[in-house]
Design a protein around this ligand. Structure first.
Ligand SMILES: *[C@@H]1O[C@H](CO)[C@@H](O)[C@H](O)[C@H]1NC(C)=O
Ligand SMILES: *[C@@H]1O[C@H](CO)[C@@H](O)[C@H](O)[C@H]1NC(C)=O
Ligand SMILES: *[C@@H]1O[C@H](CO)[C@@H](O)[C@H](O)[C@H]1NC(C)=O
Ligand SMILES: *[C@@H]1O[C@H](CO)[C@@H](O)[C@H](O)[C@H]1NC(C)=O
Ligand SMILES: *[C@@H]1O[C@H](CO)[C@@H](O)[C@H](O)[C@H]1NC(C)=O
Length: 602
């Protein structure tokens, strides 16, 4: 390793062009290559610059992030055009942190002092706490003596990766080199757009070659800027927008205790009916598996005698057994080498395994584990099924989850398709299916689960036009012991419940609000991104009389929808309006919603 180190340094110092290099090795890799740290032979010895920190569990507010980096909270707020130090930021939200970068022993670094907490390892500190802003081997080299013996409470110096522009910056007017940690959905084009620069500037600065070079999660790149940095966080990978298969990125679980109240308080006939249906389904499934996997006979039979037939633990065990483990090679073949043709989103592919089409999503190891733990408690016809997994070799290489393929795509695309207008019967059925799926995750899983991202893009439509909810894993597990939803992070996409925006308060009513938005879209076929569509339903409360009311309703409805019972449409509009109440309390529960919709489907 020393030889590689010397060789790399020698090669770099010898280079005539003093640009920095990109290191494709992930944060925890022990390989040192050019670009693992940025060199400072030909540059000023220090500068004030910025690094980008991605908000994450434990460091999700400006106040916590400022404390981690030992910088003034106001400076961070100012740099990011934010006002509230305690606002909970979406997971992976890019925060600009002002730092002083200086040259020490040929490498740039920015010293941060970090107090060791319980259970810390150098890998966790470099790749999780600091999100890859310092490579593991840089940190180990800094503290060679206590790598295996971290004393809780001790202060260690963490040399963050940073760089200053050339002293001779008449070259191209570069004022800042911002250190940017790559996450799953990033590529250089998106990063360039978010900073408002051409991606080729990034390729040149990092010696990446191009066009469209590949950059990997858990690595860093330098973003060269000619002015004070600002990040436009609303720019996302366009691939994700179009297809509605948003990769699962954030899951925060608040612990595993069962919410007894929610599980047992299913009082309505509807609830019990579906509970029984689910149990019957499990029983059937159990038998099928029992036959299929005779080699598992012993372990399964002992389990079944020990655990009650109705125990939720058994359900969880069952779904664990049913998850298929795929090799990377199988998935590579299924997607023709992850080719562009099979790509549905930035890290989502369509593949063919045997005779069945599947959706393959790439994600970090931790996210994959959390997603599996959620799906392992969920098994329902109205929820997209998780079929298999392929774990990466290490905690920091990508894992892949394999989901069932749902052939008619997302609801948004179905509503947008003029060639194949969704008839009224299908729309009521879709609303009913989504309500059942929501009711199931809110009331029939333990712990109960809040989806937090119900939109017409996270609802997929199967070949038989039945709806399935996708993208579980962004939401929140509700733990009865803790205050609800104190640390949920989610994507601010579209229009969400006002109480969540104002106080970060999370309950099943956040999903009910989102369901109301979906109902508006089913009625009008327009995409509801804010309250303007709802305003058009104002006639429902006005005193216009029944005939005027129907006129306005007709104007509100999807114009391509030719034949529908006006009474049912009115009923659904009233339901949508009730779901979209500002105050969560008067919003209907999924129970109430099911009772109303059940009258419409046939
Ligand atoms: C900062 O935010 C305000 C409102 O939140 C916006 O009007 C303004 O344009 C933003 N400034 C920059 C530089 O992005
Ligand atoms: C960086 O240096 C400047 C001037 O020396 C100082 O005012 C500022 O507080 C420093 N910032 C940090 C984050 O250390
Ligand atoms: C950062 O820490 C290293 C080692 O502790 C030290 O040599 C260096 O001078 C420090 N740099 C600054 C700017 O404080
Ligand atoms: C700085 O740039 C100018 C013109 O681009 C060049 O003539 C000069 O040699 C450079 N100086 C250094 C120290 O590289
Ligand atoms: C951010 O990007 C979006 C989409 O391109 C654009 O509409 C918006 O004006 C941008 N915001 C700022 C502050 O530049």
């Amino acid at each position: 390793m020393l030889l590689a180190y010397l060789l790399a340094s020698f090669l770099l110092f010898d280079a005539t062009c003093p640009k920095q290099f990109y290191d494709p090795n992930s944060c925890a890799s022990s390989e040192f290559s050019g670009g693992s740290r940025y060199i400072c032979n030909d540059s000023p010895t220090s500068c004030q610059t910025f690094i980008v920190y991605r908000a994450r569990h434990g460091f999700e507010t400006v106040s916590k992030i400022s404390r981690l980096f030992g910088v003034e909270q106001d400076e961070v707020l100012h740099a990011n055009n934010l006002t509230s130090p305690s606002r909970i930021l979406e997971k992976d939200w890019a925060v600009l942190v002002p730092i002083n970068c200086s040259c020490s022993g040929n490498f740039f670094r920015s010293n941060v002092s970090y107090s060791i907490p319980e259970d810390a390892t150098f890998t966790k500190i470099s790749c999780e706490v600091f999100g890859g802003l310092v490579k593991l081997h840089t940190l180990v080299k800094e503290h060679p003596s206590n790598a295996n013996n971290l004393e809780v409470g001790a202060e260690v110096t963490v040399p963050l990766t940073c760089a200053c522009p050339d002293s001779n910056n008449s070259r191209d007017g570069i004022m800042y080199l911002v250190t940017y940690p790559i996450v799953e959905e990033d590529d250089t084009v998106v990063v360039g757009k978010r900073f408002g620069i051409s991606p080729s500037d990034i390729w040149v600065e990092n010696n990446l070659g191009g066009p469209n070079p590949i950059v990997f999660p858990s690595t860093t790149i330098l973003v060269p800027l000619r002015a004070m940095p600002s990040i436009n966080s609303s720019i996302k990978d366009p691939d994700n927008e179009e297809h509605g298969f948003v990769p699962i990125t954030s899951t925060v679980m608040t612990g595993g205790s069962i919410n007894q109240k929610n599980l047992y308080a299913i009082g309505s006939g509807v609830g019990i009916f579906f509970m029984l249906l689910a149990l019957a389904g499990v029983g059937f499934y159990y038998k099928a598996r029992f036959k299929l996997r005779e080699n598992k006979f012993d372990s399964l039979s002992t389990r079944s005698s020990a655990a009650s037939c109705l125990s939720p633990d058994l359900v969880a065990e069952m779904s664990k057994y049913s998850l298929v483990s795929y090799s990377f090679e199988e998935l590579r073949r299924a997607t023709m080498g992850f080719s562009e043709d099979t790509k549905l989103g930035s890290s989502v592919y369509k593949g063919r395994l045997g005779v069945a089409d599947v959706i393959i999503k790439r994600m970090g190891f931790g996210d994959a584990q959390r997603t599996i733990s959620i799906y392992s408690k969920i098994n329902h016809i109205n929820i997209v099924n998780l079929e298999g997994v392929c774990y990466g070799e290490s905690d920091f290489s990508s894992s892949y989850l394999v989901f069932e393929f749902v052939s008619n795509g997302c609801l948004r695309d179905c509503l947008r398709n003029p060639a194949n207008v969704l008839p009224w019967r299908r729309r009521t059925q879709i609303a009913f299916d989504v309500a059942i799926g929501l009711h199931y995750i809110h009331h029939c899983t333990a712990p109960s689960y809040i989806h937090m991202n119900i939109t017409s893009r996270s609802i997929l439509i199967a070949e038989d036009w039945r709806a399935k909810i996708a993208n579980l894993g962004m939401g929140s597990v509700i733990d009865s012991d803790k205050e609800r939803g104190t640390d949920v992070m989610m994507t601010f996409e579209g229009w969400i419940a006002p109480e969540y925006l104002r106080h970060g308060s999370v309950s099943d009513k956040v999903d009910v609000f989102a369901f109301g938005v979906v109902l508006l879209e089913l009625l009008s076929a327009k995409e509801a991104r804010d309250g303007t569509l709802l305003k058009k339903l104002g006639f429902l409360t006005g005193g216009g009389g029944a005939s005027g009311c129907f006129e306005e309703l007709r104007a509100f409805m999807d114009p391509s929808l030719k034949d529908y019972p006006l009474g049912e449409a009115l009923c659904m509009a009233i339901l949508a309006k009730a779901c979209l109440e500002d105050d969560p309390l008067p919003r209907p529960s999924t129970n109430d919603i099911l009772k109303i919709l059940a009258r419409m489907v046939r």
